[in-house]
Ligand binder design. Structure first.
Ligand SMILES: [Zn+2]
Ligand SMILES: [Zn+2]
Length: 285
């Protein structure tokens, strides 16, 4: 790619509305790579826009929430650029059995009138157990990586209104387990991984990956108008087979497009000239 620029965001102020410690991972990354100033907006409780539910969130909802957060941060700080991220937990889209985490981070730029989205997804630390037994509770905590990964607890079941958060030591865990069990009507304690960024190291890593994806797009500028966000909008399969020369399912080029001026380029996405016959439906059906 020839269209990389590090200077577009030089000295620009970008609002970043967040809590739960995401700023620690994200601010240095942006300031170091695109030389902007991030204004951390804290005087707004983002939990008003929703906390983690147990359903799979639709991509749209996740993106709309991220956009709303970015806009609120821009309003509060009176800036033309705003950044916000939003995560979702669910099951993996392939088998439906693996706990999955998808993170989005969006940059709204009212000067350029663009929106750039960074994304990352993969296995997430998102587990729960309902138990009466302390040794089972201990085994669960070891499995999920406690105490770096923090725990949330409720009496009886997953929908009880009473929630105990910020459990981050074995001493607290044992104390709250016996305490919660004593006032639980069934003797059960519902225990789950905390999804908040600072309490969930795997999620924090995923947020960092999404931020890196966004940074890459922020540094990719349109060859026509110079506006950042010149990114892949479509991928093409059909790298020719090395044996029969027919098209395979392997990707061979990407369509990069500018959301500002409509400029676009088709760029080869592989150094390979031919696909291995292994990937050819004709040679290896
Ligand atoms: Zn352009
Ligand atoms: Zn072939």
């Amino acid at each position: 790619m020839n269209y990389v620029s590090h200077n577009y965001y030089l000295e620009k102020n970008i609002a970043f509305l967040t809590k739960h410690g995401k700023e620690m991972a994200i601010i240095p990354l942006f300031e170091k790579n695109v030389f902007c100033h991030i204004k951390h907006v804290m005087n707004y409780d983002t939990d008003q826009l929703g906390t983690f539910s147990r359903d799979v969130q639709r991509f749209d909802n996740q993106l709309v929430t991220a956009r709303n957060k970015a806009r609120i941060g821009m309003e509060i700080s009176e800036l033309k650029l705003g950044l916000a991220s939003e995560g979702a937990f669910g099951s993996d889209p392939f088998t439906g059995f693996i706990p999955w985490n998808r993170e989005l981070i969006v940059l709204i730029d009212d000067e350029a009138q663009t929106e750039i989205i960074g994304e990352a997804q993969g296995p997430g630390n998102h587990h729960s157990i309902n138990t009466t037994d302390w040794s089972e509770a201990m085994a669960f905590a070891k499995k999920i990586g406690f105490p770096d990964q923090q725990i949330i607890m409720r009496p009886d079941h997953e929908n009880t209104g009473r929630i105990i958060k910020n459990i981050n030591s074995w001493h607290l865990y044992e104390k709250f387990f016996s305490n919660t069990k004593s006032y639980s009507t069934t003797g059960h304690v519902f225990i789950e991984t905390d999804g908040r960024a600072y309490a969930n190291p795997m999620r924090m890593k995923m947020i960092t990956e999404a931020a890196k994806d966004l940074l890459k797009k922020m540094q990719s500028c349109c060859p026509n108008c110079g506006i950042p966000g010149f990114a892949v909008t479509k991928r093409f399969r059909g790298l020719p087979c090395g044996n029969c020369k027919g098209p395979t399912k392997m990707f061979y080029k990407d369509l990069y497009a500018c959301q500002k001026c409509g400029g676009h380029r088709e760029i080869k996405c592989t150094d390979q000239e031919w696909a291995y016959p292994l990937y050819c439906d004709f040679c290896n059906p």
